[in-house]
Design a protein around this ligand. Structure first.
Ligand SMILES: C[S@@+](CC[C@H](N)C(=O)[O-])C[C@H]1O[C@@H](n2cnc3c(N)ncnc32)[C@H](O)[C@@H]1O
Length: 196
């Protein structure tokens, strides 16, 4: 059966595959439109939903998207093919931290391992165009950053603490201008190089 992007979203939600929230997606798509972004890198493909939505904005957009789980890659490829977007979206099957490219991007959308955000920033900064931007999703992690000390699961607590540490580090990093939107989607962070 052929799927539309709405069906891809609904199926992902039914199967509890984490995908971008509606508010976060609208915000991301507006940023791409307003800044005329054509070359996009995404870390964390899942079933291809956010990639597909970004690619549908314009035929001129090309996306490299990186995913470590084989099952996700297979489903993403199937969805992308059914949407006729194979020429616009390239799926790379590997851990984001190992992805290598010489490409320079207008926008890097970071949505893979939340505890690795600081590492992804440093690793992919050389791949960001001078006036490009990085966008990080899940900056409030379902509101858990506000109640981290009450969290019972040790793994979740450690991960949420890392998100909080990353937020604090970004606020104090003199290399960047940042905008933190806690009220949009699951919390979106936009990072741009500070102009000297
Ligand atoms: C929130 S989902 C991505 C959702 C997708 N961007 C969307 O909105 O449609 C995060 C994905 O990142 C993948 N992931 C987690 N750690 C990763 C890593 N180290 N490298 C690459 N992908 C990773 C997970 O398997 C999962 O599919």
């Amino acid at each position: 059966m052929k799927h539309s992007e709405t069906e891809i979203k609904e199926k992902a939600r039914e199967e509890k595959v984490p995908i971008i929230q509606d508010g976060g997606l609208t915000f991301l798509l507006d940023l791409i439109r307003e800044n005329n972004c054509h070359r996009i890198l995404e870390l964390g493909t899942a079933v291809g939903y956010s990639s597909i939505e970004m690619a549908l904005l314009s035929k001129e957009i090309h996306i490299d998207t990186v995913e470590k789980e084989e099952e996700m890659v297979k489903e993403a490829l199937q969805n992308i093919e059914e949407m006729g977007l194979m020429d616009q979206i390239s799926v790379h099957h590997c851990p984001a931290e190992e992805y290598e490219t010489e490409e320079k991007y207008d926008l890097i959308f970071v949505d893979a391992a939340k505890a690795q955000y600081a590492k992804y920033l440093e690793r992919f900064l050389p791949n960001l165009k001078e006036d490009g931007m990085m966008v990080f999703d899940n900056m409030i992690f379902h509101g858990m950053i506000y109640e981290v000390e009450d969290l019972k699961n040790r793994g979740t607590k450690a991960m949420v603490r890392k998100i909080i540490k990353f937020r604090d580090a970004m606020r104090n990093d003199q290399r960047f201008d940042i905008m933190l939107y806690d009220h949009i989607g699951d919390g979106m962070l936009v990072v741009k190089r500070r102009r000297s």
